[in-house]
Ligand binder design. Structure first.
Ligand code: ADP
Length: 500
């Protein structure tokens, strides 16, 4: 198949979250399966420093409101692949310090920037003569593409039967703007209604994508269910219920070329399932030393990596840490950036309990690998989690995940109940209710197994390490979805032709 990815983030060029990992890995896996994939993203300031990016002699003029904005295309490839990446260059929009916001404030012209990006992506298809059967649109930044395809490009030669798949990576971010931004999109006001683009009097670009796309999916089957009701539907639950016949969930994969303890270049010692005890032991001492923690082989290290945001359950973690730094024989290895009050609280804990809390408040790829390898337990008590990647890395690195059973965490971590241990499927510990006491109970079960039942611990570690969460499986599921989307679009078009 011929597939075009349109995304605002792609690893290694620009990343703020898991969306970028997906858009850097899935295209490569699809191309290994023999499909013809291209990727389109904005040429941010961060992009321009990357080697191998060349300008193309392709310029375009895009109508935005009552002005015409000029852009041009650059071209590169995804690393270690032939997958082309087209970058939409427009320096006034994209040559900025950060992707969507600066100093905690969203850019005021985000709707304008991404309207331009979506229109430019569609124009680029014609200008560089891309053969496209399905456009895979990611999150609200690409939400206008399905609308443009249905409204403006429906009768344009070469575009008539291009299907669109809209993937929701996190429904909490919807791209909501004041209603006058409708003028920037260039779409008729008749689409500004509560079935399509309007959301409580405002313009909603995620909703737009969900209304017009030929197929919808999210990044785990459980999240696909959860967003059909309150609160995780974030106000769009009704519309998602209405479209549930075309909504599904596919768990993200892991790029094992980067995330494999047997080959990981960031680790001081490499290991696999046959020597995990010695390998992890060595990585643990090195991690303790790197974070300034006492080197204590029998003290469990609890790893935490990620955005310091409400979503990730940091209020529960702080609540528990306040007590455990005094009472429990554990160490915390924490890496993250985010909300200031979490920074402040963690800084205070790390200063007062340096032998219990190893903390780095920055974005550090290498350290994230070393925490995965050197920790015994990985904690993810998310309020909600569309997919989550760190628990998948943890499984591969023999770090037993303790998670809240929500979204992708529920789909990928099997709780160590007696039944699941008996049938050899258990890989971690999970809890249902979002509360400190339930999280503490799950963590205590994990610590009990760690200290008192080495056989059980070994079983959990090795079951997780032997699992395959590679992109291949997910990529095959995506291909099936693309085929459905394509068939649906072609059918619609044929019906339309009969009517004309
Ligand atoms: P989300 O997209 O909600 O932030 P995911 O678990 O899907 O969460 O993906 C987050 C990705 O970003 C993971 O690959 C994680 O390791 C990485 N990451 C998050 N914070 C940091 C950090 N401070 N340093 C290094 N990597 C990080």
């Amino acid at each position: 198949m011929n597939i075009l990815f349109v995304s605002s983030e792609v690893v290694p060029f620009a990343k703020t979250g898991g969306l970028a990992d997906v858009c850097g890995s899935l295209p490569i896996e699809l191309s290994k399966l023999g499909h013809n994939v291209s990727v389109m993203m904005p040429a941010y300031r961060q992009v321009k420093g990357h080697p191998g990016i060349e300008p193309l002699n392709v310029k375009f003029d895009i109508p935005i409101g009552n002005k015409i904005v000029r852009g041009r295309l650059l071209r590169g490839t995804l690393p270690n692949s032939e997958v082309p990446v087209f970058f939409v260059e427009q320096d006034e929009y994209f040559d900025r310090p950060e992707l969507y916001r600066y100093k905690g404030e969203d850019y005021k012209d985000n709707c304008e920037r991404f309207s331009f990006f979506c229109r430019a992506a569609l124009e680029a298809i014609r200008l560089v003569k891309l053969d496209v059967e399905v456009i895979h649109c990611h999150d609200w930044q690409a939400g206008l593409i399905p609308a443009y395809l249905h409204v403006e490009y429906a009768h344009c030669h070469g575009y008539e039967t291009i299907g669109s798949l809209m993937t929701i990576h996190n429904l909490a971010y919807q791209g909501i703007f004041w209603h006058w931004d409708m003028l920037l999109t260039g779409l008729d006001w008749k689409y500004f209604n509560w079935h399509q683009m309007e959301f409580y009097g405002k313009l909603n670009l995620m909703k737009t994508g969900l209304a017009f796309a030929d197929g919808l999916n999210t990044v785990s089957p459980t999240y696909a269910q959860e967003i059909q009701s309150d609160p995780l539907g974030c106000g769009l639950e009704g519309m998602l219920q209405g479209r549930r016949d075309v909504l599904s969930g596919i768990v993200n994969g892991v790029h094992y070329a980067d995330w494999n303890p047997a080959t990981d270049m960031h680790l001081p010692y490499k290991y696999d399932v046959s020597n995990w005890q010695s390998g992890k032991g060595a990585c643990k001492s090195a991690l303790q030393s790197e974070l300034g923690l006492p080197i204590a082989p029998r003290t469990p290290v609890i790893g935490l990596i990620g955005r310091l945001a409400e979503q990730k359950g940091w209020d529960l973690i702080m609540d528990l840490m306040n007590r455990w730094v005094r009472e429990a024989d554990v160490q915390f290895a924490i890496l993250g950036t985010g909300e200031q009050h979490f920074h402040d609280h963690l800084t205070w804990l790390a200063r007062d309990f340096p032998h219990k809390v190893g903390l780095r408040l920055d974005f550090n790829e290498g350290l994230s690998h070393r925490i995965e390898a050197g920790s015994d337990i990985f904690l993810m008590p998310s309020r909600y989690e569309p997919c989550g990647l760190n628990q998948l890395y943890s499984l591969k690195y023999g770090t037993v995940p303790v998670v809240r059973a929500t979204g992708g965490l529920k789909d990928t971590v099997v709780d160590a109940t007696d039944d699941n241990l008996w049938n050899q499927t258990a890989t971690g510990f999970s809890f249902e209710t979002y509360s400190t006491s339930d999280m503490e109970a799950a963590l205590s079960r994990a610590l009990d197994a760690y200290h008192n039942n080495p056989e059980r611990w070994n079983q959990l570690v090795t079951t997780g390490m032997n699992q395959d969460w590679s992109w291949r499986k997910s990529a095959l599921e995506y291909v099936e979805l693309y085929e459905q989307v394509k068939a649906r679009r072609v059918q619609q078009w044929e019906r339309l032709q009969e009517l004309l």
